[in-house]
Design a protein around this ligand. Structure first.
Ligand SMILES: [Zn+2]
Length: 391
């Protein structure tokens, strides 16, 4: 943030200077043009073919000198702004370009297998974004063997999303009915929402579509369970089919946000049906990296100053905890209340017979003979009665 502010300060300086120069040069050039026009007018009103008299010569000379002066001044001012612009560039260099090479772990992409994996991740990202031609080029150039069957689901999802953008529900409706069982098992409201949008479309087309809307409403019986209230609202909107839903209690059904929402719901549900995360692994890695890098650069600098780089390179883990925020938390975590440490595979959480949970290391430490006294309640149990928890 500080970096942005200091660059902004430089940019503001340039803009201020630029505005000043612009106004000033505009004014002086206008004045100059006016005076030149006056001279021309005066000369043209003089008798034709007569030679220039002394006064005219003087006026012309002074006008010429003045023009030269003004042009030099304007071009100097213009040059001057260059130095301010280059200061912005320097400010950007100073504030934003960090020496990321220091953080590069050389072994990360050194083997061909790892490069291959990286290319696959990039390729999958392009497929997810619907950039099929780029994905195909990359597949070819990097020698990946992406099967057509791997591409197909992405192709279909992108086609459906494209159609939804054009407010064409048909491909999504077909997809949803084909995957109805799986969607219902996931407790998805996708199909209901698609039908709701289609129904609203029909209602908006007025009285001529009344029969069609009624017939379509029968489809809701398939998945209206759990959506009774919304279903009632939809049926109520039929009352206004002739006059249109604007300016009625049902006008909220026309909210364009429903279309944004349906694209999100479709992407989420389709991805989870395919066993994919909503965001591509590449997007997740890059955004996590952007959050983590400043902290890592700082700690790296501190470690270098104290000459303890060994800690960094010897371990395959980060030397500090980096909080990536809510969006990047995928698993429940458990911190042992005794050790005040997050549990791990080597020190997993365990549940005591009384129901309280601590970490395995704490359990071992607190065990006395063959008894463990819960640190939270007076119940005593044996370590054998405890059970490992899987979060
Ligand atoms: Zn207890």
């Amino acid at each position: 943030m500080d970096a942005c502010l200091s660059v902004q300060k430089e940019v503001d300086k340039v803009l201020g200077k630029f505005d000043g120069i612009k106004a000033h040069s505009q004014r002086t050039l206008d004045e100059l043009i006016d005076s030149l026009n006056n001279i021309r007018h005066e000369l043209s009103s003089a008798e034709q073919h007569s030679e220039l008299n002394r006064v005219h010569q003087l006026i012309l000379n002074s006008a010429q000198n003045r023009t030269k002066d003004i042009l030099t001044r304007v071009s100097n001012e213009h040059k001057d702004i260059h130095s301010s612009v280059s200061k912005v560039g320097k400010a950007i260099d100073k504030n934003f370009v960090s020496d990321l090479i220091q953080l590069n772990a050389e072994q990360t992409f050194e083997s061909p297998e790892r490069m291959h994996l990286l290319n696959e991740v990039i390729c999958e990202h392009f497929l997810r974004q619907g950039m099929l031609d780029i994905a195909e080029n990359l597949t070819e150039e990097a020698g990946l063997d992406m099967l057509d069957s791997a591409k197909e689901p992405f192709l279909e999802i992108n086609q459906i999303l494209e159609a939804l953008k054009q407010k064409d529900l048909q491909p999504a409706l077909i997809w949803a009915s084909r995957h109805r069982e799986q969607l219902q098992a996931m407790n998805s409201s996708l199909e209901f929402k698609l039908h709701r949008l289609r129904f609203i479309e029909l209602v908006c087309q007025g009285g001529v579509k009344q029969q069609e809307a009624l017939a379509f409403a029968r489809n809701f019986s398939l998945f209206a369970q759990g959506h009774t209230k919304e279903f009632q609202v939809l049926m109520g909107s039929l009352l206004y089919i002739r006059q249109g839903l604007e300016h009625t209690p049902y006008s909220h059904l026309l909210d364009p946000i429903q279309w944004d929402d349906i694209s999100d719901v479709f992407t989420q549900d389709a991805c989870s049906l395919l066993g994919l995360s909503v965001e591509s692994p590449l997007t997740v890695s890059i955004s996590a990296g952007c959050v983590a890098l400043p902290a890592l650069l700082n700690i790296r600098q501190v470690m270098q100053q104290r000459q303890c780089q060994v800690v960094w390179s010897a371990k395959d883990e980060l030397p500090i905890e980096v909080d990536l925020g809510e969006a990047h938390r995928y698993h429940s975590i458990f911190a042992c209340p005794i050790l005040r440490q997050q549990t791990s595979d080597t020190n997993p959480p365990v549940k005591l017979a009384c129901g309280h949970a601590i970490s395995r290391d704490s359990l071992n430490k607190l065990t006395n003979g063959n008894k463990i006294k819960c640190p939270y309640c007076p119940i005593e149990s044996t370590p054998a009665e405890s059970k490992q928890l899987y979060l």
